[in-house]
Design a protein around this ligand. Sequence first.
Ligand code: MN
Length: 575
Amino acid sequence: MPEGNIEKLLNELERIISENSDRYDKEAVKLAFLRAEKCHRGQKRKSGEPYIAHPLRSAITVANFKIDTPTLQAALLHDVVEDTPCSLEKIKEEFGEDVAFLVNGVTKLGHVKYRGVEEVENLRRMMLAVAEDIRVILVKLADRLDNMRTLNAVPQEKQHRIALETLDLYAPIAHRLGIGELAGELEDLAFPYVYPKEYKWLIENVKERYEERKRYLESLLPILEKALKEAGINIYSIHSRAKHYYSLYKKLLRKDMNLETIYDLVALRVIVESIEECYAALGIVHSIWKPLPGRIKDYIALPKPNGYRSIHTTVFGPGGKIIEVQIRTKEMHEEAERGIAAHWHYTETKTGKMRAQDIPKEFAWVKQLQRWQEEHQITSEFIDSLKIDFFKDRIFVITPKGDVIDLPEGSTPVDFAYQIHTQIGNQCSGARVNGQIVPLNYRLNSGDVVEILIQKNKMPSQDWLEFVKTSFAKNKIREALKKKMGLSKKPSEKKEQEVQFRITVKDRVGLIQDISKVFASAKININDFTTETRGDYPVIALSCKLKDPQKANELALKIRSIKNVEAVSFKLKAP
Ligand code: MN
């Protein structure tokens, strides 16, 4: 029964909120739930369940990040603006600017579509810039996780695109923000849709081995637990843990698809209280099982670039089977699930506020994105430090098809149109931004969805030069305007040269007219025209400008063939 399911989800959310009552305002979250429930009432997911189940599950994921109340409210309300008559204004009125900002950010990110283009790295960065705030990304990741869990209900033709986007765009972002568990789950959910054959191969070849390994490791748990306890180590948890399928697949690709060389198919995981106990536990493990030389990885002393910390060691278990043991503290374990959000929590409780320079060095990547000035004393709250100023002077707008277009700040729909295609720029007659008609000099913002209205045979207007931002658009407009004024295609490329003709004639009626016809039919203007009499014959001197001096020969021959023209000469005047 669907209602029962909603009830269950709500209870789960309430449980997390109660466990973190220092962080979450229960009443405020409840109001957001009631609003979301009301807005989505009557709507169903593709699977047939009530729509509210989706924002609820997204909120549960977000709640486990343990960020703050507005982020949790935004998770509940994230689809309200896009899919229901509830407006962003209404959200702002009821829940404040922060929640409205986050909801709007998630909506904007939803417009970015990835179809497997080359510059995926740029797109990832653009996503972060469009989001403006890491909290937006965290809600979006939670949203995507639930969409992936329910992907089988989506029409087949859409499944592949969504899964590919998850694999190439969202999972790497989650990895970089240190949210390894969520990244791994996203990858595993996408894997069968993106690489069905490879997935099938892996399952067929691994399933039994997985189960056999799991049974084997489970049998070792009591031995290890006893040894650790005897050494006085406080164990928080000790369990076996299977490697994610997709990360296993990637590892196999590096190892010639040889499963024998994968030691961490299933690993033993030991979670203890302190860092000292991690190293003590490592000693105990090595005292009961012989370690493989050169296989100890100390990610506590040297964390991975995304902040991952743990000690990994590979040992010979009973019967000579090779096993991997991972040792970490409770705090490190939680970090792997909460990523960047975890660092916020710990430092905030210590000092009340987390400043930019308190961001752990493992997140240098994020730090770099935000272009923090080291010499600057940044004293704003951590919330502010989560804002992404990366590409400060750039904006990223989105086409109706979901492609991201990178423009300088202050760009207008005309700049956007020329960026898409010169033809579209030239024929641009209007623009819609986020569904609303706007003037062509409208200043675009990051995340705007821009649609250009075109009119065939339309030409750019001189006024556009006043407001366009990109020099690309400026050049294209100038080019089109020159064409419009009847100048030839590329006047700047060839310099015109003045040519002077001297034509000796026997005068007759209509002779001058015949001569000027030659120029007219070649579309050349005569600049100067004089006649003088030298000796017996009158001489006509005329000059014109030619782009191609070769043309002078042609003209001379044509003039010479006119009746009563006795001689023609010409000279090129020095420019
Ligand atoms: Mn959603």
